[in-house]
Ligand binder design. Structure first.
Ligand SMILES: NC(=O)c1ccc[n+]([C@@H]2O[C@H](COP(=O)([O-])OP(=O)(O)OC[C@H]3O[C@@H](n4cnc5c(N)ncnc54)[C@H](O)[C@@H]3O)[C@@H](O)[C@H]2O)c1
Length: 365
């Protein structure tokens, strides 16, 4: 066996300085690191306090809203639910709206609605679970419509079953649509935004990205990843000095009257009105807001999750959301009681994904 270099062995044993420490002159080693650390910490804290004061000032006094006229806005999942409501609002503000959805009928309906209010709108059928489809249609949009300057990553799916009852392909699809697709859409459109130093990436995540909920293990994990995606992308753009490309993270609680959580049993915090959420999203875009938690008072409660004992957190979550998906299949032990659950070849059928918008869409602008 090859014998380890003595210096390496001493470093591993903590008896000699490592390669980085060795770069600092011997006489300066201890003093330099301490003084430098204090200096760095002071500067960082003072800068952070400055931004804190600026943030408080901005939230107390009305923020200036940016003009979106003439911007090309692409909304994924724009063929239904929240996406279609955001589309109507952006069109009314003068954006050229591009909608992506897997649901052709929903897409055609929304394009008609947007055109009906005098908006300019283009619809493309895209499967966001397919990377090649995303890149192919992104090129088509660039050729046929122009450079996208506002990207709203809104499409989402939920499988809504207990983890062990969720088929692997639905878990995979939840991640493909709810987060992996964000990588491909951002990679497709952000280079033009960076080049022109003008753009905005909106990530529609969820409160479920901050709080775990039974029957939503894959959904919560994918939304948590979306929150991380937003934050890391934001810091990356800032570290590169790109100040004209903004990012916003939207974290709503359960919304009424979209296709996703129609039957959720939610208590304490009422379900949100889909029009209010769409208004809030557009406000966040126009004010370049970093994070919009909806309703906003939940933002104050979130840090308590890390402070209070876990039992309290769990109790609150389970009281608030008694059943996220009442219609979904129940655990193995309870299945015999569910005579009305649809079956294929004797197996309980998985809940269909939210690909078709519900009949009662509330599309007032
Ligand atoms: N509804 C809620 O309670 C709620 C709460 C918090 C966050 N959200 C998030 O808001 C976003 C919008 O949700 P919604 O309530 O409007 O749901 P929705 O089901 O009504 O709309 C989702 C849209 O995405 C489309 N879509 C799904 N899979 C797709 C795919 N593979 N390719 C292309 N399009 C696809 C659907 O066709 C649909 O039009 C989602 O990201 C969702 O996770 C929803």
């Amino acid at each position: 066996m090859e014998t380890m270099h003595t210096e390496t062995q001493e470093y591993i044993n903590g008896m000699a300085p490592g390669p980085l420490t060795r770069e600092i002159p011997e006489c300066m080693r201890n003093k330099y690191t301490l003084i430098q650390s204090i200096f760095d910490l002071t500067v960082t804290l003072l800068t952070a306090i400055g931004y804190l004061i600026q943030g408080i000032y901005r939230s107390l006094f009305r923020r200036t809203k940016k003009d979106l006229k003439g911007q090309i806005a692409l909304i994924t999942g724009g063929g239904g639910g929240l996406g279609s409501l955001i589309a109507l609002r952006l069109a009314r503000l003068g954006c050229v709206v591009v909608l992506w959805d897997i649901n052709k009928q929903g897409l055609e309906d929304t394009v008609k609605l947007v055109k009906g209010i005098g908006g300019k709108c283009f619809g493309y059928v895209v499967d966001l679970a397919a990377r090649e489809d995303i890149y192919r249609v992104a090129d088509q949009v660039k050729r046929e419509v122009g450079c996208v300057s506002l990207l709203v990553n809104n499409a989402g799916v939920v499988s809504g079953q207990l983890l062990l009852d969720t088929p692997d392909h639905l878990i995979q699809r939840t991640f493909d649509v709810n987060i992996i697709a964000h990588f491909w859409t951002v990679k497709a459109f952000i280079p033009d935004m960076i080049e022109s130093n003008n753009g905005h990436i909106v990530t529609i995540a969820s409160m479920a990205g901050h709080v775990g909920v039974p029957k939503l293990v894959d959904y919560c994990a994918s939304k948590s990843a979306a929150c991380g995606f937003h934050e890391a992308l934001k810091v990356e753009l800032e570290s590169k000095g790109v100040d004209g490309v903004h990012t916003s993270l939207i974290c709503p609680y359960f919304i009424r009257a979209t296709g996703m959580f129609e039957e959720v049993q939610s208590r304490i915090v009422p379900q949100l009105n889909s029009n209010d959420v769409a208004d809030r999203v557009v406000y966040a875009i126009r004010t370049n807001e970093n994070v919009a938690v909806i309703p906003s008072y939940l933002r104050i409660l979130l840090p308590f999750k890390w402070i209070v004992p876990w039992a309290s957190v769990s109790e609150i979550i389970r009281s608030m959301v008694t059943d996220a998906m009442p219609g979904s299949p129940v655990p193995q032990a309870d299945r015999k009681m569910q005579a009305d659950v649809p079956k294929i070849n004797g197996k309980v059928e998985s809940r269909p994904m939210t690909l078709i918008p519900p009949a009662r869409h509330d599309r007032h602008v």
